[in-house]
Design a protein around this ligand. Sequence first.
Ligand code: C5P
Length: 409
Amino acid sequence: MATIVVGVTGGVAAFKAPIVVRECQRAGHDVYVAATRASLDFVGRSTWEGITSRPVAVDIAGEGRAEHVELARVADLIIVVPATANSLARLAAGFADDMVSLTVLASDAPVVVAPAMHSNMWLAPATQANVQALRDRGFHVIEPASGALGSGDRGVGRLPEPEEIARVALGVLAARDQASNALAGRTVVVTAGGTREPVDPVRFLGNKSSGRQGLAIASAAARAGASVRVIAANIESALLATLPTAVQVTRVGSALQMREATIAQVADADALVMTAAVADFRPEAASESKIKKDLSNEEAPTIRLVRNPDILAEIGHSDQRPPLVVGFAAETGTDEEILAYGADKAARKGADFICLNRVGESVGFGDVPNDIRLLDARGNTAGRYVGSKDEVAAGLVGHMASFLDNLKR
Ligand code: C5P
């Protein structure tokens, strides 16, 4: 039995939300209702209290403050039904001044959102951008249906049937339960971010890697029950703060520091996932003092580079390698070309899998969806994950869990 919080916002489709609550109860779950004030004009307190036999959470002032944190904490799943255009905007922007948005913001449970509104509002670029932002963050936004709308018009924007909403939401819950123990008892080391190779005390050679994909994998592995260690190269503190608190973080700067930390951390690990962008070269010797520009001389200094060790290849080929080693490769080119590069890289580096990240016009950079193929050393495609970094991470973690389980047998 799971605890489900149904968040109701103020749209005419709110009359269907009690059926979603009923369906969740019929599946054996414990349901709480959080409602915005505006929604009470559509479905009142007494309906909710009658169905759930408990008070409906509406007020966030006074004692309610503790209540919202409590609801957020106990929730295994949150369903926002109906979600108005206004509430989508509020969820996307991270508002927390009504019980629904506040519970969503304070919880790390999966969130299913069922929008319902007039077609024009649904199709408005602002709404579509908000929906995309929520999806990128891992929210499950159900597409509204087409048909008669509350306004009397016809078009897209209708709330899907409540039984269908409940079915999708319970599916999300089941997938989470399945994943929640998949890596229990395992130790996973994830390298993330990008190394910086010192030139002098104030300068470095670096790269653009934010560390987001690595942190998403670390979080997904932790959610799947693994004990997770992250080796973080130059990742913003605000991003690191999004990791579950149980994840152990070692901060490093350069490739050599990353090598040392990674070798130390993988000794007793079940898996290593090298998402970090490690510089292939470093200045031969970092100057001890800031390199000055010599105004009398037009010439620029020459910085001699030397090769960095390939951490993945070193660990992948060592006797003490963890049972599962995963590397990342960002490639451009045709499908055929990138598959060949990926397979070659897996074999060369002694990795069990290479996550091949197709980079190009619209995939792979910043916050946009990723398209990742998992290739084994023989060049076979073992999985393909398209979507937000969280969705890709969940897919990869699922694959890692079954790989490790199969080794045991
Ligand atoms: O050869 P390439 O840089 O494309 O390989 C990428 C993979 O190798 C990534 O998993 C990266 O973390 C790892 N790598 C490494 N040490 C290096 C360079 C890359 O471990 N010096």
